[in-house]
Ligand binder design. Structure first.
Ligand code: SF4
Length: 304
């Protein structure tokens, strides 16, 4: 709801007018303004596994009367602790474990379809990464709760846009790129890469994780396999696996301005053996001249 907003920059401005500093992550500022402008009275706040900026978000919204239900991923990825936290969370929502498992089964259908679209993008032509990105991200809220509509969109894409492997490819050798890191805030990065530079983006690390590709047989396994909340090392394993499977020529590591996860770039570079461009964004704007120049240089190096 933030990045798809008609003027997402105004949401960031609004948070700054309320007192959020300029030197603070724009994702938090945008989400803060969405909760207020949409009039949400209840929210889930992740207190471990996201970032400390989320704590400030929770505190400011709670102070404005929003009911916050917290959830903490255990940092050490301990299964028993995760189960305990899930039980606490369900109790707080007044939902039984069995009901939650039943809902997991229903939602898994949509996750599987979104992941089929992602696999289709990896192997065949016919899809645009912009669309794949949007569908994968939508698994985090099932297209703002419109499950039927989401199912129709997914079926339509699977039936009409996934071409058989080999069809729809361009004649010249394509550069195959992946994007790792927190969701990028540039609103034209994928269009720029694919439509203006003819690059194929075949790996979107975190949007794919939002779809929970290693589903697991129950809720504990599903949330245990989800790499995003447990630091860089589980993510690194997942990224290494996908680099080979998706035959990547290079990786863009997107980092968000004023985000602690920027430091993880050091570890990614130490452990991944392929060309990496670290790209930093701040506000929900199109690519700026400096970023375009860096991308151009990176693509030239890969093409050469
Ligand atoms: S981008 Fe970084 S600072 Fe911003 S919300 Fe995500 S983890 Fe926190």
């Amino acid at each position: 709801m933030f990045v798809a907003h008609r003027k997402p920059g105004e949401l960031v401005d609004e948070a700054e007018r309320e007192g959020y500093p300029r030197s603070f992550c724009s994702w938090i500022k945008g989400i803060y303004s969405v909760v207020r402008t949409e009039g949400f009275r209840r929210m889930v706040g992740v207190t471990q596994g996201d970032c400390s900026n989320t704590h400030a978000l929770i505190e400011t919204l709670a102070d404005e009367g929003v009911e916050v239900i917290t959830f903490a991923y255990p940092f050490d990825r301990d299964r028993r602790a995760l189960r305990g936290e899930l039980e606490r969370f369900l109790e707080r929502l007044g939902v039984s474990w069995n009901d939650a498992e039943e809902w997991k089964g229903r939602l898994d259908v949509f996750r599987e379809k979104a992941l089929a679209v992602d696999e289709g993008n990896m192997e065949a032509g016919g899809l645009q990464a912009t669309e794949v990105n949007q569908l994968l991200l939508s698994t985090s809220d099932m297209m703002a709760g419109d499950m039927e509509g989401f199912g129709r969109v997914l079926d339509d894409v699977i039936e009409s846009k996934i071409l058989p492997a080999g069809e729809g490819r361009r004649e010249h050798k394509e550069i195959r790129l992946g994007i790792a890191g927190v969701p990028f805030i540039f609103n034209d990065l994928l269009e720029w890469l694919e439509e203006r530079r003819g690059v194929r983006v075949v790996y979107l690390e975190i949007p794919r994780q939002f779809a929970m590709p290693y589903g697991g047989e129950d809720l504990v396994e599903q949330y245990w396999h989800y790499t995003y909340p447990y630091g860089i090392f589980p993510r690194l394993e997942d990224i290494k696996l996908e680099l080979g499977r998706r035959r990547l020529d290079g990786l863009i590591h997107y980092v968000q301005g004023f985000c602690y996860r920027q430091v993880e770039d050091i570890i990614l570079r130490r452990h991944l053996k392929l060309p990496i461009l670290t790209l930093e964004g701040d506000r929900p704007n199109p690519l700026d001249a400096k970023s375009i120049l860096r991308l151009e240089t990176f693509l030239e190096m890969l093409a050469g």
